[in-house]
Design a protein around this ligand. Structure first.
Ligand SMILES: [Fe+2]
Ligand SMILES: [Fe+2]
Length: 170
């Protein structure tokens, strides 16, 4: 069993993870439109991971005899002003998600729901990686910023990212 208050927060988190996927797909589309296919690839993989996050929570709610309740997903931004703007927005978004995970963990602890707290630990660790990646992308771009050759080199690096499904949270 799971308390209704925690079930509610987890359902909201499913929505946030799917919104994350949507946001990163919008970013992929932006990079495709300016022919930075490596950046586009990186955000495509990122969007796939966000769907995985949503499904991990979806499966968890089912396993603890809760009820999944899918919510409406907001529209992501239709366009972005610059490469730097996208990378900053991605970092801001990951910080927002970290805060959201922390809030649910706090609630789980205060309600003595230790299984949900243990489940969320994977997400706490994952958010360290998510913020680290977003910070590195932004910093790498800020190094090369006005240098087209540098951007192309970075684009080639971003092209190397490969999707791997999550393993530790089942
Ligand atoms: Fe996520
Ligand atoms: Fe994320």
């Amino acid at each position: 069993m799971i308390k209704k208050s925690i079930e509610e927060k987890l359902n909201e988190q499913i929505q946030k993870e799917f919104y994350s996927a949507y946001l990163y797909l919008a970013m992929e589309a932006y990079f495709s439109s300016i022919n930075l296919d490596g950046f586009a690839n990186w955000f495509h993989v990122q969007a796939q991971e966000e769907c995985d996050h949503a499904m991990l929570i979806f499966n968890y709610i089912n396993r603890v005899a809760g009820r999944v309740n899918l919510r409406q997903i907001d529209e992501p931004p239709a366009d972005f002003g610059s490469i730097e703007e996208v990378l900053k927005a991605a970092l801001d978004h990951e910080r927002f998600v970290t805060g959201s995970i922390n809030d649910i963990l706090e609630l789980a602890n205060s309600e003595k729901d230790y299984k949900t707290a243990a489940f969320l630990q994977w997400f706490v660790n994952e958010q360290v990686e998510e913020e680290e990646n977003a910070e590195k992308n932004l910093a790498a771009f800020q190094f090369v910023k006005d240098d087209p050759k540098g951007i192309l080199l970075l684009d080639r690096e971003m092209a190397a990212r490969v999707y791997t499904p999550p393993s530790a949270a089942e």
